[in-house]
Design a protein around this ligand. Structure first.
Ligand SMILES: *[C@@H]1O[C@H](CO)[C@@H](O)[C@H](O)[C@H]1NC(C)=O
Ligand SMILES: *[C@@H]1O[C@H](CO)[C@@H](O)[C@H](O)[C@H]1NC(C)=O
Length: 610
């Protein structure tokens, strides 16, 4: 047990010689005066923040949202002793845009972080796109307010822009003092033996292109040789040179993909390339505990952004084969353990009442994630339809918990619509800062709802985007229990009876694989949360009036969206060799491992067996 020590804990030496006692006296008076003012004004103390985001976790994977077989006691404790949001909506069903919205409190289309092409998220660490510098993150504001700000885990909002070490989109350039993690998405290709979705698809496409190019090339040579066509032989030389110039880097890139794309950074330094994942959740936990211990005497913000439970799945030895849901369940249970460690360190240091903990997922579970042996590697979205990459409720309705003992009443349940964009104004206001006035902030302060000062959400409309395309609109009608949701299009599920796009692995937002609706497909989520029965003018007498109101709101919303540079344009997402982070020389294939020295195993996990 620790005693409440003086603050600051280490007394500064006051021995300055000469007239120290006089000086001390004056200082004491000034201090007493300042303290009195502080007490009189009774400004509430600024809380610390631990914001927890799990990657691709489904709302149906968590005990407090109804799962009975996956063990998440620590997450459940946040709900039991805090507030549970039952209609918490991610601003996008995909990682990059959802995280951009979370960090800025704004729809991703406002910052150019929503794609018009099929590349909805950053896949290469050496892309040039990323969160624009003129966007303001909550970390930036809190840092200015004197907070220590740390990000541990996944960023996924860019790294470099023009040079391989300009760190233009790096977390340290967006308000974080400390970063330990990865800047791009996790992929199956990052862990040998986990199969491949992205690389296998790309390789198939490139191989096909290459074969067609070769056949054409040699046919032309043959036709030229027998005299049917007449092309100067030099031209063939140039074409061959072009093919080689294009093919060599592509082959090298694919061959060394794991090193080039799966690496760990500490601040600006690559500390492990390729990343060894097995114990990563443990190492991240260790980092989080150290960050909290190192900052316990000043306000801090920790964004704990787990790499799991995105594929490739992993869990450390103590969790493997312990859950009832294969490696997916093991990974979730390890994340839950990790959250328990964070709660523990806050408790042990008497920080629990001084710290707001928020828990969420960036989007719904990725239903199409099934291993080559048929094991389910995607989570569960409970009663909700569809999953990641769709705007059916399963893609965007995520867990949302807010835990703040002493302020938020235990077992608070909020059924009103809330958004992951709400964290921005909530955190900024609680830190004592003002929300920026020079731009539209789409998020709304959560505290009035959570403290029951208001009963209805101020989010009358929420706009659900599929990348840059407006996909659906939610209308939380005032003075009515109805929550209308109108779809302008939806992806075509394959196989038909499934709830996913098992042909393309990620559901598309445009093209021939979607169905357009005119009039829009309308649901009342208050009666039909599973989105099973579209309403018609017969079943809903106000059908056309409802659609008219939604259309008007949509027009107003569209008018508020500026034209910006698209950070996810094809030009900005492709691999650019000159932006590639590499911790050794290219001849050594970008290999290094400096991380070992800095971490040690924490307490043994609490789970023993199934
Ligand atoms: C993970 O941690 C365990 C326990 O300390 C250790 O035995 C194992 O070698 C570690 N794995 C890797 C890949 O470092
Ligand atoms: C709990 O989660 C697992 C893993 O995602 C899933 O298979 C199971 O169906 C879920 N259980 C319930 C009751 O939702």
């Amino acid at each position: 047990m620790e005693e409440d020590g003086p603050w600051p804990p280490h007394k500064a030496p006051l021995d300055c010689g000469g007239e120290e006692s006089d000086l001390e006296m004056k200082l004491l008076l000034v201090l007493t005066f300042l303290l009195t003012i502080n007490v009189l004004c009774a400004t509430p103390p600024r809380p610390n923040f631990v914001l927890i985001m799990v990657d691709d976790l489904g709302i149906g994977d968590v005990g407090c949202y109804g799962n009975k077989t996956l063990r998440t006691p620590n997450i459940d404790r946040l709900a039991a002793e805090g507030a549970k949001l039952t209609q918490h909506i991610a601003a996008s069903p995909l990682c990059t845009p959802s995280r951009a919205a979370f960090m800025t409190g704004r729809y991703p289309v406002r910052s150019g972080m929503a794609a018009e092409s099929i590349f909805g998220a950053f896949i290469f660490s050496a892309s040039s796109g990323g969160l624009p510098e003129n966007e303001i993150t909550f970390a930036e504001i809190l840092k200015m307010e004197g907070y220590s700000t740390g990000l541990i885990g996944k960023w996924h909002l860019g790294l470099n822009r023009e040079k391989r070490n300009d760190f233009y989109h790096h977390p340290l350039n967006h308000g974080f003092d400390y970063f330990y993690g990865t800047t791009v998405t996790h992929l199956r290709d990052c862990i040998p033996g986990n199969g491949s979705v992205f690389l296998a698809g790309a390789a198939g496409f490139l191989k096909q292109t290459f074969v067609i190019a070769c056949i054409t090339f040699f046919t032309l040579i043959f036709l030229n040789y027998i005299g049917i066509i007449q092309i100067h032989w030099k031209v063939f030389g140039y074409v061959l040179l072009c093919i080689i110039i294009f093919v060599v880097p592509v082959v090298l890139f694919f061959w060394n993909f794991r090193n080039l794309n799966c690496f760990l950074l500490r601040n600006h330094k690559v500390i492990q390339q390729p990343l060894i994942y097995e114990n990563l959740t443990q190492r991240m936990t260790n980092e989080a505990v150290n960050f909290i211990l190192g900052n316990q005497n000043k306000p801090f913000l920790l964004f704990m952004s787990y790499i799991q439970v995105h594929t490739a799945l992993y869990a450390s030895a103590k969790f493997r084969e312990k859950s009832k849901h294969g490696i997916y369940g093991d990974a979730v249970e390890e994340v839950d353990w990790s959250i328990g460690e964070i709660l523990d360190v806050l408790n042990r240091n008497k920080l629990q009442e001084a710290t707001v903990i928020y828990f969420t997922s960036d989007n719904g579970a990725h239903l199409e994630e099934i291993s080559s042996s048929g094991e389910i590697h995607g989570g569960c979205n409970g009663i909700f339809k569809g999953g990641k990459a769709t705007n059916w409720e399963g893609g965007i309705r995520v867990p949302g918990l807010l835990y703040w003992p002493g302020v938020v009443k235990p077992k608070t349940i909020i059924n009103e619509p809330t958004s992951n964009m709400d964290i921005f104004p909530t955190v900024v206001k609680l830190s004592g800062a003002a929300v920026p006035q020079d731009r539209i902030i789409d998020g709304l302060d959560l505290m009035p709802l959570i403290q029951r000062e208001s009963v209805t959400s101020e989010h009358e409309f929420l706009f659900h985007y599929c990348n840059a395309y407006l996909n659906a609109v939610r209308w939380n009608q005032r003075n009515s229990s109805s929550i209308w949701k109108a779809f302008f299009f939806s992806p075509i599920f394959y196989p038909e009876e499934s709830e996913g796009c098992f042909n393309s692995h990620v559901c598309p937002c445009f093209g021939h694989l979607i169905t357009q609706y005119d009039p829009p497909l309308l649901f009342d989520l208050s009666k039909d949360p599973g989105e099973k029965n579209p309403l018609t003018p017969h079943t809903e007498p106000n059908f056309y009036n409802i659609l008219r109101t939604i259309e008007e709101a949509t027009m107003n919303h569209r008018r508020s969206i500026p034209v910006t540079d698209n950070q996810l344009s094809v030009k900005n997402v492709i691999w650019k060799p000159w932006l590639q982070a590499c911790c050794s020389s290219w001849l050594e294939f970008c290999y290094c491992d400096y991380d070992e020295e800095n971490w040690s195993w924490i307490d043994p996990p609490k789970y023993k067996n199934k």
